[in-house]
Design a protein around this ligand. Structure first.
Ligand SMILES: *Cc1c(COP(=O)(O)O)cnc(C)c1O
Length: 416
């Protein structure tokens, strides 16, 4: 490292911790489906002087002076977002995906209105009106699940919707390995007079590459994160095609819910969107899906059961029998492979244990890994799970995993 870092001089303790984290990100295999390795250019924008600026409000309608430059930055982010998602309105200010969802509810619903969404255990998100989330306290959450094989049963969703009569239906998930049929969901929403929100937090990177069906024109409003498959900075965004709805959303965000926008993150979102708009992005998204297929093939060949039998996107979920998702996660962790446990339909184990394990390919694809690499990793996962209680074996595997992982690039420096 030839660069001199101010942090190193001023706070060596914290600097060392960041260096340690870069080492971890380089040594291990990141298979948490919601994570990714963002671009150096994105991190440079995030580490910029823009963090100093207060800009409450929207471009040319700010509550502070000196916003002429950040106005242009936010306008650039909005223009790129609209181009990327082929829509007319974008609010790029949500601090994260959770805030984006809360803003939409705040904009479109009254307290105690009914939200129909996927239950948490089947792949829904906390902010889809789960009882433990503020969204489930301010609104009434009703939920659909998956059928026994792990698929959405659209007729069942319609049946529940007719009983619940929700004001808003939410589709788009955190652990669903199949395509979401936004068109069916819109038919259901229209039939019961509900609005439809598509939460593409997980699949956005595939959507913009046309590797997953598009939520528009079916959804009235679309929310997303920018840091999962989109590979941008940690953040959220709200998209729509209706001027009235968009203005309600803008007001619900500010002054309704958030204060000053994170201008450094909004700039980084713009940088990320530019990457997403390049032809190379399609290649990345295609590779993400191919890599999951290679992984699924190894697991299936070795007798593991996958929820819904496979995957159409960037993730898969293994249904475990003899041991819990927690045991699997811990064993793989010791072997240098980072994953997360996940509840599955009809799970007999508690949410602390679970009977599922979720694996995603987006992060490792960003490091340049391809099908053969995922076949290698799949075999390592199989070996660890087949020796779930052999700690020495996990530790030996870790050595192989670290040596393998180090061949692939992460970052040259810990700070940008
Ligand atoms: C990750 C996720 C979110 C929330 O995003 P945060 O940035 O963690 O707040 C919302 N919805 C879905 C479906 C997600 O997977």
């Amino acid at each position: 490292m030839s660069r001199v870092f101010h942090l190193q001089a001023h706070d060596a303790q914290l600097f060392d911790l960041i260096c340690e984290e870069l080492q971890r990100q380089t040594d291990h295999l990141e298979m948490i489906a919601s994570e990714n390795y963002t671009f150096e250019s994105v991190m440079e924008a995030m580490g910029s002087v823009l963090t100093n600026k207060y800009a409450e409000g929207y471009p040319s309608k700010r509550y502070y002076g000196g916003c002429e430059v950040v106005d242009r930055i936010e306008e650039l982010a909005i223009e790129r977002a609209k181009k990327l998602f082929k829509c007319q309105f974008a609010n790029v200010q949500p601090h994260a995906g959770s805030q984006a969802n809360m803003v939409v509810y705040h904009a479109l619903l009254k307290p105690y209105d009914r939200i129909l969404s996927m239950e948490l255990n089947s792949g829904g998100h906390l902010t889809h009106a789960s009882p433990v989330s503020l969204t489930g306290k301010h609104f009434q959450g009703f939920h659909y699940g998956l059928n026994a094989e792990g698929w959405i049963d659209y007729e069942e969703v319609l049946r529940i919707a007719k009983v619940v009569r929700p004001q808003l239906i939410v589709c788009g998930y955190s652990a669903y390995p199949r395509e979401v049929n936004f068109k069916y969901f819109r038919e259901i929403a229209d039939e019961v007079g509900a609005l439809l929100m598509g939460d593409v937090a997980h699949i956005a990177g595939l959507v913009v590459a046309e590797e997953h069906p598009h939520p528009f024109p079916h959804c009235h409003v679309v929310t997303t994160t920018t840091h999962k498959t989109l590979r941008g900075p940690r953040g959220g965004m709200i998209l729509s095609n209706d001027a009235q709805l968009a203005s309600k959303i803008d007001r619900a965000l500010f002054p309704g819910m958030q204060g000053g926008p994170l201008m450094h993150v909004i700039a980084a979102k713009a940088v990320g969107f530019l990457e997403n708009l390049k032809p190379e992005w399609k290649t990345y998204a295609v590779q993400v899906k191919r890599n999951v297929q290679a992984l699924a093939q190894v697991l299936l060949e070795h007798g593991f059961e996958l929820l819904s039998g496979g995957s159409d996107n960037h993730l898969l979920v293994i249904r475990l029998k003899d041991f819990s998702g927690k045991d699997a996660q811990l064993a793989l962790d010791s072997a240098g492979i980072t994953t997360n446990k996940n509840s599955v339909p009809g799970d007999t184990r508690s949410p602390v244990l679970t009977s599922g394990l979720r694996l995603g390919s987006a992060a490792l694809t960003s490091r340049g890994m391809q099908e053969a690499d995922f076949t290698f990793i799949g075999n390592k996962i199989v070996e660890v799970l087949n020796n779930i209680h052999d700690r020495d074996f996990h530790a030996r595997t870790r050595g192989e995993v670290v040596a393998f992982s180090k061949q692939f690039k992460t970052y040259d420096v810990p700070i940008f």
